[in-house]
Design a protein around this ligand. Structure first.
Ligand SMILES: NC(=O)c1ccc[n+]([C@@H]2O[C@H](COP(=O)([O-])OP(=O)(O)OC[C@H]3O[C@@H](n4cnc5c(N)ncnc54)[C@H](OP(=O)(O)O)[C@@H]3O)[C@@H](O)[C@H]2O)c1
Length: 288
């Protein structure tokens, strides 16, 4: 395939989806700039003065907002960034959004009405929340206690999200589209933990608890208040939201192949021993 060379800014380019988007684009001979606080030029969502240097000379932008499009201030940040992108002559925006998040949909509208070509990639909860994010520590500890145990989620893999984002960045046929990405089947937390326990051969206990007990537990662990707010919002407003338990077919529509099954993700991560706690003896060996 002959693809034109583009300069593409990947915001959150070291994160769960951005890292994979950047890798794929580089393999396709695209010029990639990672947008993050630890890069030069540095990009910080909290500091609008850093935005123009990161956007300068770029043609297209993959936007992931940290920590989440639902947090206070996200809408203003997306408004500010799209304005600056227009001023800098950016020709295409691909926004990573969340399924069933009212606040995220307001941010989508900003991108849709920006006057710049766009694609919205609206994803379900990621598989990688269990290996690269907030569910990893309890899995390592061998005891996962979560609310909303009955809710079924069509978890989606970040490999599939990255493939769709790259297609959207490089092909005009995806302009003006809103893609809803899910994995191929629904799972409860208990079913997820069972699969991980089986694949790792570990004893991992799942306990269903109330949302208030969960937030209290996070407080006791010293988790910052704004993070607890976000987690409560995700569990109360997003997880059980209407339509969030529907399996979609947009990954197949865009990529012409089926999305990755949760079991395949579990096998891959288990093989890398991400879910095997390092014992003190092993840790000593690594250090020495
Ligand atoms: N997790 C899910 O299940 C899910 C589902 C649907 C949608 N989403 C959406 O996914 C988005 C996050 O995308 P992601 O998970 O791919 O990214 P991510 O993994 O959260 O991105 C992490 C990277 O972002 C950078 N970062 C952190 N704070 C920053 C800041 N203030 N300014 C600039 N960069 C910052 C960090 O690099 P530095 O430390 O170098 O800055 C870090 O490497 C959220 O908006 C969320 O709504 C998530």
């Amino acid at each position: 395939m002959n693809i034109m060379k583009n300069n593409i800014l990947v915001l959150g380019g070291k994160g769960k989806t951005g890292r994979k988007v950047a890798e794929r684009l580089t393999k396709l001979d695209q010029m990639v700039r990672i947008g993050s606080r630890s890069e030069t030029p540095s990009f910080d969502w909290q500091d609008p003065l850093t935005w123009s240097a990161a956007l300068k000379g770029m043609d297209k932008v993959y936007i992931t907002f940290q920590p989440d499009l639902a947090v206070p201030g996200a809408l203003e940040a997306i408004e500010g960034l799209t304005k600056e992108a227009k001023r800098c002559g950016i020709k295409k925006l691909v926004l990573l959004s969340g399924k069933g998040e009212r606040e995220a949909e307001l941010c989508e509208q900003v991108v849709i009405n920006s006057g710049i070509d766009y694609t919205i990639v609206r994803a379900s909860w990621f598989n990688q929340n269990f290996s690269e994010s907030f569910f990893l520590d309890p899995i390592l500890a061998g005891h996962v206690a979560l609310p909303q145990a009955q809710v079924k989620v069509p978890y989606v893999d970040t490999d599939d999200i990255a493939d769709v984002a790259v297609a959207a960045l490089l092909n005009e046929q995806h302009n003006g589209q809103i893609y809803q990405l899910t994995g191929p089947r629904l799972l409860t937390f208990e079913e997820v933990i069972k699969e991980i326990a089986m694949a790792t051969g570990r004893d991992i206990v799942f306990t269903s608890i109330s949302l208030s007990a969960y937030t209290k537990m996070l407080e006791e662990f010293g988790v910052p208040a704004d993070y607890i707010w976000l987690i409560s919002y995700l569990f109360s407003e997003v997880l059980g939201a209407e339509g969030n338990d529907i399996v979609t077919h947009d990954i197949e529509k865009v990529l012409g192949r089926k999305p990755k099954d949760f079991s395949k993700y579990v096998q891959e991560v288990a093989a890398m021993r991400v879910w095997n706690p390092v014992t003190n003896v092993q840790a000593d060996k690594v250090v020495s």
